[in-house]
Design a protein around this ligand. Structure first.
Ligand SMILES: [Zn+2]
Length: 458
């Protein structure tokens, strides 16, 4: 069981410096060998991966599974099913659930639920502060003991710099990275979209880039002061990339991640599809062909936190990804119910789903756009997040867990609401033509999702 021979694919494993056509033999849930002309032992099935990319299983380190407490939006079963469809073999879930993941008991509950219901591996983050209230540190040692891979108050941002410093010191003691949603509340107040031309035109309150950059700068200084590993989540602003680039040159233990919506869309999209396709979306419109996806202005599926920013910011994020300043790609998959999103822009919750579109959008904006090699893109989804979180994942070396993603980088397809495995449908990308798609997702040697099986099932 859990054995498989993948034949003839282009194996791209940045961690092992492999990029060549080869077979991958999986025995008993582990990688047994990667090489030419491997043969399957008796009884082991063969999977023809010819013409496809075979990579270490993709890892998304920023996912909201909404369990416990918000299971009308998503749960571990549906969230991990969406991950599998997107080509992800591991997800890292955020602690802003209800109750928050701020104690060992809740961590144990999620581990248990993930074992019973999860389609892919689930790693858990713990809160920095009790109840993610930003006032009192959570029991960081106890969370580590319970198995969290990082701490974060995601969805919120610690405003008290002294408390953040103590969190960094504790996290360092326990060998945990601190991940931060960078948002200065006094600057952002009740902003709902990027502060700029479009917020003025649309009469919406602005969330200025400086609201993120101030906290990125704070985190750099605290990483330097404490020596803790600090990771800035979902970067959206040009200034954040510049700060990170400079700090990394000095050797500060700081890192960052970016999400496809921030390097694909801009704030013009909040003004409706016409405004977007005619200006910032021109390049993307060409690929969409004749029929461009349409949406109205004030569409709340374009409301996220941090917000979609200007074309200049989008370009800076792409540059940061291309030159290695930003080492990690992720979705910030944030499901919300229709009834929550179907309200005025001001009142809608922030966030969009992303697990099923992030591979394609990343390939389109980075690899097909010739900004990044395929190997470098795969590294941002595999070895880089694994290294940050000390996960024993992200490589196809002999003896490693057989988590493998097989994908077709050139497959063109349309993302349809009815094909999504998520419980929620708050994606701005429905109806979009995308390029690049998972063909099979293999976790511990077992195919948990494949295009083929799905067709058979249908
Ligand atoms: Zn966040």
């Amino acid at each position: 069981m859990n054995s498989l021979l993948l034949t003839g694919g282009r194996v791209v494993d940045p961690a092992s410096h492999i990029d060549s056509v080869a077979d991958v033999l999986i025995l008993g849930g582990k990688i047994s060998a990667v090489g030419k002309n491997l043969s399957a032992p008796a009884g082991v099935e063969t999977f023809d991966a010819k013409g496809k990319i075979v990579s270490p299983g993709l890892i998304d380190l920023h996912v909201h599974l909404r369990e416990p407490g918000q299971t009308a939006k998503e749960n571990i079963a549906t969230g991990t099913a969406a991950a599998a469809r997107g080509g992800f073999t591991s997800v890292v879930c955020m602690p802003n659930t209800s109750p928050a993941i701020d104690n060992a008991g809740t961590v144990a509950l999620i581990h248990e639920r993930a074992k019973a219901e999860g389609v892919v591996n689930v790693f858990v983050t713990g809160a920095i502060t009790r109840g993610i209230a930003g006032e009192e540190l959570a029991p960081i040692g106890g969370l580590k003991k319970a198995g969290v891979v990082a701490i974060t108050d995601d969805g919120h941002c610690m405003q008290n710099n002294e408390l953040m410093r103590r969190a960094c010191e504790y996290a360092k003691m326990f060998g945990l990275p601190v991940m931060d949603h960078c948002q200065d509340y006094s600057l952002v107040t009740d902003g709902v979209m990027h502060e700029g031309y479009w917020s003025t035109v649309l009469g919406l309150r602005g969330w200025p880039s400086a609201g993120e950059e101030v906290i990125v700068a704070r985190n750099i200084l605290l990483a330097e002061l404490t020596g803790a590993r600090v990771h800035c989540q979902h970067l959206s602003a040009a200034g954040s990339v510049a700060l990170l680039r400079e700090a990394k040159k000095r050797g500060v233990p700081i890192s960052g991640e970016a999400c496809p919506h921030h390097f694909t869309l801009t704030d013009a999209a909040v003004a409706g599809s016409g405004k977007f396709w005619n200006a910032d979306g021109k390049g993307l419109a060409k690929f969409q062909g004749g029929e461009l996806p349409e949406w109205p202005k004030y569409d709340t599926n374009f409301k996220m936190n941090p917000p979609l920013r200007s074309a200049r910011d989008r370009e800076a994020i792409l540059e940061g990804l291309a030159d290695g300043t930003i080492e990690i790609l992720c979705s910030d998959h944030a499901p919300h119910c229709d009834y929550e999103k179907e309200v005025e822009f001001d009142y809608a919750p922030f966030g969009i789903t992303g697990l099923e579109t992030e591979l394609a959008l990343s390939l389109m904006q980075l690899v097909h756009a010739k900004r990044l090699s395929l190997a470098d893109l795969i590294a941002k989804f595999t070895v880089n997040p694994a290294r940050l979180l000390n996960l024993n994942k992200g490589a196809l070396s002999a003896g490693a867990d057989a988590d493998v993603t097989v994908f077709d980088p050139d497959c063109e397809w349309i993302f349809r609401r009815e094909d999504s495995a998520s419980k929620s449908s708050n994606s701005p990308f429905f109806g979009w033509k995308l390029k690049g798609r998972a063909v099979a997702t293999i976790v511990g040697g077992k195919i948990v999702w494949s295009e083929k099986n799905e067709l058979v099932a249908a």
